[in-house]
Design a protein around this ligand. Structure first.
Ligand code: TMP
Length: 212
């Protein structure tokens, strides 16, 4: 019918420190929405499958060195190269669950000492999420979760700075969920805020752009 043809999908973003449980939760959310019959896709940034993504991946694995500004712009370019597909999907009614987005870009780079305004600039004009969910965990608790891996940013002191950057970026529209709750409790809270957001988008909330 006319209404369902014109209704769009929601852009849902999950953010948080490394090992906060984002990836587990986006997987479970994706499965749930799909089972409920929604058109949904699970995305993540960095998207390591593109040429730019491979450069990022090699940097994160400490296999290459890059100036802090240069890697920041690569992360941003990695989002830009997916922007038109993202818009197409949303407009055709597909909801996207995105594991990390521009906020990771700004939080991680500004934690290195780069100016926040400089970090934000290349993100301007990307699609604005309809919902940002922050899975909240302290850097100490996150580190206890089987320890960090070998990637460049998975270090206690750095994650502490990232937590501070996220705190500065958060606004009242973000939904903050305590990431130390059980997987099932987090999942339940996440479903609630996501279904609510999908409803708002379905009713005609327009797509907007960062970083206004
Ligand atoms: P991942 O573990 O979610 O794949 O992310 C890899 C790392 O990259 C993680 O430590 C967060 C960091 N990151 C940035 O520094 N800037 C960005 O724009 C994104 C998306 C991730």
């Amino acid at each position: 019918n006319k209404e369902s043809r014109s209704s769009r999908g929601a852009l849902i973003v999950l953010e948080g420190l490394d090992r906060c449980g984002k990836t587990t939760q986006s997987g479970r959310l994706y499965k749930y929405l799909e089972e409920q019959g929604h058109s949904v896709e699970s995305w993540r940034f960095p998207d390591r499958n593109t040429g730019v993504g491979q450069m990022i991946s090699s940097y994160l694995a400490n296999k290459s060195q890059l100036d802090d500004h240069a890697i920041h712009l690569l992360f941003s370019a990695n989002r830009w190269e997916k922007r038109s597909l993202m818009e197409e999907k949303l407009k055709s009614g597909t909801t996207l669950i995105v594991d990390r987005y521009s906020y990771s870009g700004v939080a991680f780079s500004s934690a290195k000492g780069l100016d926040i305004g400089w970090c934000t600039a290349p993100e301007i004009g990307l699609l604005a999420p309809d919902l940002v969910v922050y899975l909240d965990i302290s850097h100490e608790k996150a580190a206890e979760r089987g320890g960090y891996g070998d990637e460049r940013y998975e270090q206690l002191e750095f994650q502490k700075k990232v937590a501070g950057s996220y705190l500065a970026l958060r606004d009242s529209s973000w939904k903050v969920i305590d990431a130390t709750l059980s997987i099932e409790d987090i999942e339940k809270k996440l479903r609630e805020v996501v279904l609510d957001c999908m409803m708002t988008c379905h009713k005609g909330k327009p797509l907007s752009q960062l970083w206004l």
